[in-house]
Every structure is written in C-alpha cells, then in structure tokens.
Design a protein around this ligand. Structure first.
Ligand SMILES: [Zn+2]
Length: 515
C-alpha cells in the first residue's frame, strides 16, 4: 500500500527541488518511502511507550496506621538530650578519649529502659560496643539484627552552631546537638521501641539482636566488625539486618509531592588510589618539555575528562521503578520506557552531583603534591584520587581502568589502605524489605518507599557474613537542609519526630518477628 497523502501525488513531489525552486520534474520515491517508514517506526514506538504506562504499576503498599504504641515525646526527647551531652566523638587513638562518655551512655540506657535491661541479655564487646539478645520463642527461626552506632563525628566549626553541639538543648521544638540524627536517635529508638513492646507484654517468636558499635565513624573495626565476628562464630545467620543509611526525605526528589522513604539495599565501595611520577629533577632555568608536575596534572585531568560510564540499571533502575509510577504522566511515560529513554534519563540524572553519584563510580581527586621550591624541578609528584565504587565494579577493576585511562607508563598507581568493595545488593522481594516497607506505611503513612543506593559506608558492611539481606534506613524525616546537618552544623531533630523513631522499630519488630 502506498502512503496516503493530502495531494495524492506525494511520491512525485520532491521537497528539496521545490525548495530550490527547481522546475524539473524529478521522481524521488525512495526518500519518501524512507520518511514514511520513519514515521511508522515513530508511531509504533510511541504506541508501545504509551501502552507500557498502565503496566507501570505502583509498588506502594498501604497498611493500618499504628496507634497502640504510646511513646512520651518529651520524656524520650529528654533521654536523647542527655545522650547528646555525652561527647562520644570517635578518635583513632587506641584508648578512646571519650571512653567514660560511652560508659555514661550505657548507664543512661540502663536507667531509661529498665525492662530491656531486665529481660534481654546484654554483652559488652571490646569495652564499649553493645550486643543485646532478645530471645525469641521459636529458636528455629532466623533472627533479625537492628543496628545503630554510639559514636559521633567531630565539630568542624563550633561557631556555625546556633546551639552548643554537646549542649543537648531542647529549643523551639527541637533537640539540638551532635548525634541527634547520626546516630544516637537510632540506638535510643531501638531501645525505646523494645521498652514499649515489653511494657505491653510482647514476646517475639524470632530472636532479635541489637548491635550498637562505638567506632562507626572511624571504620567500625573494634565495634560493629567485632560484634559481627562474634555472631558469625556463634553460627548466627540472620533473616535481615537493618542499619542507618536511608531516611524519609522531604522536597529532595523533584516531581514527588509526597515524602520519599529511601531504603538502602546496597552501598557503594570506597578506594583511594595514589598516582605518582618520578622524573629528572634539576634547575628550573632549563626545564624539559614535560615535568613531573605536568605529568601528574595531565593524569588527573584525563581521569576527570573520562569519568566512569553512567548506567540507569541495577539499584538506580529499581529506585526509578518505585518512584516512577507516583510521578506526573509525562515523567511516567519516560520512566516506564527506560529501554527507550535510558540515555536521556541518565544524562538528566548525571547533571546533578547527588544523582550522578548513584549512576556511576565517581572520581574525586582530593590531594595533589609535588615540589618544594619555586626554582627547583621536583623529582616526584603525586596525587590521590578517591573513588566511590558502584556495585558491579571492584577495587581491582577501578585500578585497571585508571591505568588504561591515564595511559602513561611513567605514572605508578597504588591502592591505598582502608578501601572497601561495594556491598552485595539486597532483595526488594524479601520478607525483610516487605516488613520494612509495611512498617513505613504504618508509621509514616504519607511517605512513598523506594529502594536506594547508599553513597557512603555504614557499619552494616561488616555483617555481610551474617546475613545476605542488609537494609539501611533511619526512620527520621529530613529536608534538603537537614541532610547537610548530618556531619555538619546545627544537627537537630524535632521533639515531635522522636516518638515515631521508637514506634517504627517497635512495629518493625512486631511485623518481622511475630512469626
Ligand atoms: Zn552514622
């Protein structure tokens, strides 16, 4: 069948000739057929794209709101305030300078949560970390592990705080201070949640462990890692682990009217590579064509010019599958058809550093050095480049790509210590993820839920031999401004938000451990 056209003479019309004012009658059947073919293809693609939209179903769940877990907001906020006043900044020193503050925290837990301390087994690991065991009625069920850390990061700029960082003041409806969000609220939330359940006479079927490290901010080596090793030695294999990592974000993701609870199902790896060049030194009055400083700068520049590829697959794709159906029609069409729109969506997401980091292994030159005097050519120059590794890449694949990108045999590349591989990706169809999602729906009914990739490292990475299902979520609501308070200044939590943290953990225990 010939293509229909308004004139009926489409095959004989030569648009190029008309435009050129040519009077000659030239037949150009082939280009028109190609044009027609292209139109058909576009129509088919659009049809398929639109047909996929109704199949792009919401993955949100609804469940009855929790109303039977009373937590006294001002009393709980007061406990948090006292915890903040105990300065537990992590330090690399072998004997923590804030050991007595950590012991002070332990005393605060004992005083504030008497039922927990009467009914649960409590063990101290390496002096300051804590492992609580809440024995389930059915020991054959795999246990659940709830995590939190008791240490905090130092204060960069005390002058930037509106309230003293270790004052624990309760002002204008907020508890202010270091650790209110990261992560003392999690430890206290777990303990308060358990206390509330115990007061109701609740008994879990499944055993629950609380694992509270004391050195998360400096690697978790003596805290979480030691606890995980002890659990592994005892043969514990957990159904799932929940640590900090994600949160409920408000006005952070464009195009979503509701708050978004992001549950980390994986976390990025970490490696720093040192690049170094050795060359002839000498006097700067007779420089060679290229110096050590020039060669190292060129190497760093090549790495920045050739970033790792961005992919909208893996965890980022799963996240879009949860968020997409909740967006406007145009965005739904785009996100339901990543087979078609993937490159455009990737380009859009890669244009912002925060979303870019979720799509690729990132390259961040952080240190560069070489030279000691303005008139001497240095014999060596070096740089350190920090990479946050996407699941799928490894420390060794990052190193290989760096060497081939630099493509300069004079540049030596060395892996610096304290790297970590990216985590495995946990399942969104597991009972653990489903219990977390249901609990969010019950305690934060406004929030949408989506799996996510955690960009930093958490203590949970030490638990990879104890469970294959590791999730990262702190049940607090954060605006974009609040995100900067974590490790920044004016860290705080609303007094009215405190009870929800405890209610979340209590309800999660009921959802995950009652059978
Ligand atoms: Zn933390």
């Amino acid at each position: 069948m010939e293509p229909p056209s308004r004139t009926g003479f489409a095959d004989e019309i030569d648009p190029a000739g008309l435009l050129a004012g040519a009077s000659e009658h030239i037949t150009m059947k082939r280009p028109v057929r190609i044009l027609f073919g292209a139109v058909v293809i576009v129509v088919v693609i659009l049809g398929v794209a639109l047909a996929r939209v109704p199949l792009f179903k919401s993955r949100q769940v609804t469940a009855p709101r929790v109303r039977d877990l009373p937590v006294n907001a001002s009393r709980f906020a007061e406990v948090l305030s006292r915890a903040v006043r105990l300065n537990t900044i992590s330090s690399e020193d072998p004997i923590p300078p804030h050991g007595s503050a950590l012991l002070g925290l332990h005393a605060l837990y004992r005083e504030s949560f008497p039922l927990v301390h009467a009914k649960l087994r409590r063990e101290v690991i390496n002096g300051y970390s804590l492992l609580y065991t809440w024995q389930g009625a059915n020991p054959s069920l795999p246990p659940v592990i709830l995590m939190g850390h008791q240490d905090v990061v130092p204060i960069d700029d005390p002058g930037a705080w509106s309230e003293p960082p270790f004052g624990g003041r309760i002002v204008k409806g907020f508890v202010w201070g270091r650790g209110t969000l990261d992560d003392k609220i999690a430890v206290l939330g777990v303990l308060q949640g358990a206390e509330t359940l115990l007061a109701k006479g609740y008994r879990p079927q499944r055993t629950i462990y609380f694992a509270f490290g004391h050195d998360e901010e400096i690697s978790g080596e003596h805290g979480a890692r030691a606890i995980a090793r002890e659990l592994k030695r005892r043969g514990v294999r957990a159904a799932f682990v929940l640590d900090e990592g994600g949160a409920i974000t408000k006005d952070v993701v464009g195009g979503l009217k509701r708050p978004l609870a992001v549950v980390g199902i994986a976390e990025k790896g970490y490696v720093s590579l040192e690049l170094s060049v050795k060359m002839e030194g000498g006097h700067s009055s007779m420089p060679p064509g290229e110096t050590a400083v020039g060669a190292i700068s060129a190497a760093v520049s090549r790495l920045e010019q050739h970033p790792f590829p961005a992919h909208v697959d893996g965890v980022s794709r799963q996240m879009l599958e949860y968020i997409g159906p909740e967006m406007s029609f145009a965005k739904r069409v785009a996100l339901a058809n990543l087979w078609l729109t993937g490159p455009v969506v990737a380009r859009e997401l890669a244009s912002e550093p925060a979303t870019n980091a979720g799509l690729r292994t990132t390259t961040a030159p952080t240190v560069i050095s070489g030279g000691v005097k303005d008139n001497v050519l240095p014999k060596t120059a070096s740089a350190i480049v920090n990479f946050r590794i996407l699941p799928g890449d490894t420390i060794s694949s990052v190193k290989d790509r760096v060497i081939s990108t630099i493509d300069d045999r004079r540049v030596q590349v060395r892996v610096l210590p304290f790297g970590s591989e990216p985590s495995a990706v946990s399942d969104t169809n597991s009972p653990g993820f489903r219990a977390i999602q249901k609990t969010i729906a019950q305690v934060f009914p406004d929030a949408l839920v989506a799996p996510s990739l955690v960009l930093g490292a958490t203590d949970s990475r030490h638990f990879k031999n104890v469970s294959s299902q590791i999730y990262r979520f702190l049940p607090v609501t954060l605006t974009e401004k609040d995100l900067a308070r974590i490790h920044g200044s004016d860290e705080r939590i609303a007094v009215s938000d405190c009870p929800h943290v405890a209610q979340f953990y209590a309800q999660l225990i009921r959802n995950a451990c009652s059978n």
